[in-house]
Design a protein around this ligand. Structure first.
Ligand SMILES: NC(=O)C1=CN([C@@H]2O[C@H](COP(=O)(O)OP(=O)(O)OC[C@H]3O[C@@H](n4cnc5c(N)ncnc54)[C@H](OP(=O)(O)O)[C@@H]3O)[C@@H](O)[C@H]2O)C=CC1
Ligand SMILES: O=C(O)[C@@H]1CCC=N1
Length: 274
């Protein structure tokens, strides 16, 4: 029988995972979502056919898995409100909240709980997410499989065995959609400066990124080999790549991702201290 899964919070991230679970055949009547606002829940009930509740404590009373999907800033209050119900059942806790350490969540929920902490990214909203997952020592193999399957419903899942590595995951995938969106902005502007209508440049740039990602994922060749295949000797690409290398693109990416990972660590310290 399918595990009973309760989502605390029914916003973007929860909605994406629930949609992915249903698309991949998860039974609707094994899924519950909560929100303090029933008008947020009504469309989920009517469109997706899942259970909903406005009271978190009663919604976790029968849950095998509790997915924490509220904003980090309100997580402590939300955990306090369902602590007794969680302790009575000791379900698997999965958190998609940015920055909150597993032991902080475990502590806020009363201790001695299996916790999987996840760093997802926003392309999960279109089923093309990439997430890093960490399991604390109390998570069983079966629970780890369940957590992996839930997140695989919205994209790629990679496990890390050291929680601190979620800071690197934040730099490589959690925050990274924004790097590509910045690149699209820059390419649209440069294309427009070269005379193309801006919306034409935007569409060409986005389709090219999509095509390059698909090609790299389907290919046996490394990104370096695929890059060299585009670079005809003495041709146009060579000139562009030379410019990017000489302008220090690799150092820029190193610096940006190091800053991102450092900030993820600072946030974990700040949120974990409360
Ligand atoms: N790595 C990344 O890029 C991403 C990470 N995340 C993480 O996922 C988590 C959820 O984010 P996201 O889905 O975007 O946020 P949303 O604001 O879309 O969803 C959170 C939901 O929680 C509801 N809520 C507020 N209080 C409670 C409560 N007491 N009980 C139950 N539900 C409550 C909110 O309702 P209301 O609006 O009425 O207050 C809202 O619908 C965050 O912790 C975030 O850090 C999310 C997206 C991307
Ligand atoms: O910018 C942030 O802090 C969050 C975490 C990863 C993506 N967004």
């Amino acid at each position: 029988m399918a595990s009973q899964v309760t989502f605390i919070g029914a916003g973007n991230m929860a909605g994406a995972i629930i949609g992915g679970m249903i698309d991949s055949g998860y039974p609707r009547d094994a899924i519950t979502a909560t929100s303090p606002d029933d008008s947020v829940l009504a469309p989920l009930r009517e469109r997706l056919g899942i259970h909903t509740a406005t009271d978190n404590a009663s919604a976790v009373a029968q849950a095998d898995v509790v997915v924490l999907a509220v904003k980090p800033q309100i997580m402590q209050d939300v955990c306090s409100g369902m602590r007794d119900a969680v302790q009575a059942r000791k379900p698997l806790i999965i958190s998609v909240a940015a920055g909150l350490p597993a032991d902080t969540l475990e502590h806020w929920l009363g201790g001695e709980l299996p916790v999987v902490r996840c760093m997802p990214n926003t392309p999960s909203l279109v089923g093309a997410g990439a997430a890093g997952l960490y399991a604390n020592a109390r998570v069983t193999d079966d629970q780890q499989r369940i957590a992996g399957e839930l997140l695989e419903a919205v994209g790629l899942v990679e496990w890390v065995d050291d929680e601190a590595l979620l800071e690197a995951v934040t730099a490589v995938s959690g925050s990274a959609p924004a790097y590509f969106f910045l690149m699209f902005e820059a390419m649209e502007q440069a294309g427009a400066d070269l005379g193309l209508p801006a919306d034409t440049a935007r569409r060409l740039a986005m389709q090219t990124a999509y095509g390059a990602a698909r090609m790299a994922m389907d290919s046996d060749k490394t990104p370096g080999e695929l890059k060299r295949n585009v670079m005809s000797p003495g041709g146009t690409t060579e000139r562009a790549i030379e410019h990017l290398e000489n302008a220090g693109l690799r150092d820029i990416m190193q610096g940006a991702m190091r800053a991102c990972a450092e900030r993820a660590g600072e946030m974990a310290d700040e949120l974990g201290k409360r």
